[in-house]
Design a protein. Structure first.
Length: 248
């Protein structure tokens, strides 16, 4: 029997991250959920909840906006479980403000956590994927990286940047057994969308052709397909999971 593949999900204890971890664990991967070091207590409680559901999912604290911390995280995972062959870059934050009111800190925080993290983590697993001749990278972007959003110049920039990264990485990995894809969720029921002003959220959701928000599990099932052995030929794609909110 061959050992289960190791999957790392950054931002793994968040709304979408949790559904992805659960789905990949059920798919038979050895799953490790990354969380910010400041969320240690939440991560411990999260792990207990997963265990109660019969899911053995590892957790690891690391600030993915730091290259050094990402490097340490990957080395620890490798030592404990083996090299990462499936990477889901899902860590993300919002600091919504109209551009006129946006401070440099809000710009930098979002670019560091949502975009620079993708370099920091992927760079540290890439050589192992090349060596193994197999890898799956999925970047969780956003509909707002495709169409922009009032109040999100920082977030939309980071999310659009992720797909430029995906397309380039996909070209470098294509002949080496590695696929790289983006998923662009629309508005999904998580703490992140709950934090929005009710009137703003309701106005946006009323414009979604399906007239509802997405569920985290609907993003997870797209990830499940993209990282599966069944998918060897979809690479460099940007898969929208948005209820019809944006089509191109
Ligand atoms: N287009 C044009 N004008 C708009 C507008 C829009 N979409 N939205 C608001 N305005 C106008 C308002 O009418 C108002 O005009 P006046 O000054 O003339 O009255 C002005 O812009 C200010 O609007 P707000 O009252 O909304 O401004 P605010 O400073 O209170 O709030 C904001 C700013 C917090 C950024 C708010 O606009 C907002 O929440 N925007 C939505 C951001 C968003 O979608 N976030 C998604 C979070 S979840 C996520 O990111 C996950 C994902 O991937 C989808």
């Amino acid at each position: 029997m061959t050992a289960a593949r190791v999957a790392l999900v950054t931002g793994g204890i968040g709304g979408i991250g949790t559904a992805i971890c659960q789905r990949l664990a059920r798919d038979g991967f050895t799953v490790v959920a990354n969380h910010h070091p400041s969320e240690q207590d939440a991560a411990d409680a999260w792990k207990k909840e997963q265990t109660a559901q019969g899911l053995a999912i590892g957790t690891i604290g690391a600030d993915v906006s730091s290259f050094e911390d990402s490097q340490r995280m990957i080395a620890e995972i490798k030592q404990q479980h083996g090299p990462v062959s499936v990477l889901v870059n899902c860590a993300g934050i919002t600091r919504d403000k109209t551009f006129k009111k946006m401070e440099e800190a809000a710009w930098r925080a979002v670019i560091d956590v949502n975009l620079n993290s993708v370099f920091n983590v992927t760079r540290n697993v890439w050589e192992d994927m090349l060596e193994a001749g197999f890898g799956r990278v999925v970047n969780i972007s956003s509909v707002n990286g495709q169409r922009g959003q009032f109040g999100q110049t920082n977030y939309a920039t980071a999310k659009a940047g992720m797909h430029g990264f995906t397309m380039s990485l996909a070209q470098e990995g294509a002949a080496k057994g590695i696929t790289a894809n983006t998923i662009s969720p629309g508005y999904v029921e998580t703490a992140m969308t709950k934090a929005m002003r009710d009137d703003v959220r309701e106005a946006i959701v009323s414009g979604v052709p399906m007239r509802r928000m997405g569920q985290p599990e609907e993003i997870a099932s797209a990830v499940s397909f993209l990282v599966s052995d069944e998918n060897g030929y979809v690479t460099g794609a940007n898969l929208p999971v948005n209820g019809g909110l944006f089509m191109h």
